[in-house]
Design a protein around this ligand. Structure first.
Ligand code: SF4
Ligand code: SF4
Length: 108
């Protein structure tokens, strides 16, 4: 997505809830900040020194609690995840894209 056409995160759709979502944002690449405290086994060490949340073979973040569709490390989730706006432009954009993907979250 090119800069300038980023979804508008300043507008929140209050009808969107995580309870009615397949943790779509937990398929995104999450860069781990130096101040984040993420368990080592959930980190993908990048060759360029950029660490990200590791993903499972299904494409979802390894920290996701699939059965409950919740973050398994909620209290210590990365700052990027803390800032992600439920019902915001990026959330709605990713949900719409996911709806047409044919993918679905399965309980592992
Ligand atoms: S923030 Fe948005 S994309 Fe992420 S789980 Fe909640 S509703 Fe789904
Ligand atoms: S750390 Fe938690 S909130 Fe962030 S992508 Fe992984 S499961 Fe989702």
């Amino acid at each position: 997505m090119a800069l300038g056409i980023l979804p508008d995160d300043s507008k929140i759709d209050p009808s969107v809830t995580c309870e009615a979502c397949e943790a779509v944002c937990c398929r995104l690449t999450v860069v781990i900040d130096a101040s984040d405290r993420v368990p080592e086994h959930l980190i993908a060490r990048g060759p360029n020194g950029v660490d990200t949340m590791a993903h499972g073979s299904d494409g979802w973040c390894l920290a996701l609690d699939h059965a409950n569709k919740r973050c398994g490390i909620y209290a210590t989730r990365p700052s990027v995840c803390r800032k992600f706006a439920m019902g915001g432009g990026y959330c709605r954009f990713k949900r719409a894209k996911f709806a047409n993907s044919g993918l679905s979250l399965r309980v592992l």
